[in-house]
Ligand binder design. Sequence first.
Ligand code: MEV
Length: 433
Amino acid sequence: MTRSSDLSGFYRKSIAERREVAREWAGLTDEEVRAWEFPPGVDPATIDRMIENVIGVMPLPLGLATHFRINDKDYLVPMAIEEPSVVAAASNAAKVARSAGGFHAQSTDPVMIGQVQIMDVHDPAAARLRILHARTELLAAANAKDPVLVKFGGGAKELEVRILPSPRGTMVIVHLLVDARDAGGMNAVNTMCEALAPELARLAGGRSVLRIISNLAIHRLARARATFPAEQLKTETMTGAEVVDGILDAYAFAVADPFRCATHNKGIMNGISSVVVATGNDFRAIESGAHTFAAWQAAPTGAVIRPLTTYEKDRDGNLVGTIEFPAPVGLIGGATAVHPTAKANVKLLGVSSARELGEVLASVGLAQNFSALRALATEGIQRGHMELHARNMAVSAGARPDEVDRVVARLVAERAVRFDRAKAVLEELRAGR
Ligand code: MEV
């Protein structure tokens, strides 16, 4: 009989029952099914309420980046990521930046954009003015939907109206600017947009279609800058000044070429996303916002995309890096406030506002990018990666903790970091060869 994925009512089953269904479906062993288990300290009922059809958890390695000093405050930064080298690279960069005062970070007010799309408007220019005319009443109606947010100084602050040509005719797009304070803002903004849509459609003389937050959060930016002293960058074969120039060459490559820029920005997101994940925030929102922001900023220059960071040389020949991107992260309202691991991580990080979390993200993103460019401009990325990769190979080949280091040393010395070689080396070691 062919298997059917038509499992109506699956959501009504208990976690144990769902696991049993999944187990039979794939013919999994008891040991394989145990990989879905909840670790101590993670309550299955909490996880079961977070998403649908839960069968377990997917643990990612959680590491701590050290040496971070941001606005004269020290941080240990939790990073959840599967990729080797990222945590070490962030920590190394933070150490270099620290020697010149650390990261200087800042952020705008946490203002999100909600969009209401209105179609079939006969007189879009006049409709725009009719809506702007009703600004005070519209903002009040939006704020009536979230008195708590208003009490904390947030809420709907401004209205903008755009006239947008499209393949389906001219649209009137209303942007509702909402200060989300310490929340991500998704719920507050969407609720306000849905509440305003009928009145906006009436004022415009059209019909409203989408009412949803925008991830291009250009009014909720986080920024950081740091100096990386040339003196600290020298290697066995390169002077500090040469390394600074190499990093500037690497940066210029990303400015000039979208193929390189995609990888440059990916390295930045290695840092940002792993902190976003560790704190239970929406990493897709940050990724989408960051990449679209980079494209949006590039557009006036005729480029397709631009790096989220910049690099310059200061008058003393030191490298100065900056970063700026949308940081719609929250501390309340989302998974951050529910997921036990995220809660512990936020407490460990010691941030007291969503803005401060954004500033940490900016600093980690800059640190990550600096480390990648430094490695690429000097010894190349593979040497650093190789040892960690070899470690993974050794473990998957079955090396015990007391054997791992010896297997790694041999794989790296042979420059042969492959699974088949790891297995062979392990056998050789065990045979005393
Ligand atoms: C790998 O995950 C990230 C890098 O490729 C970033 C970069 O090339 O700048 C090392």
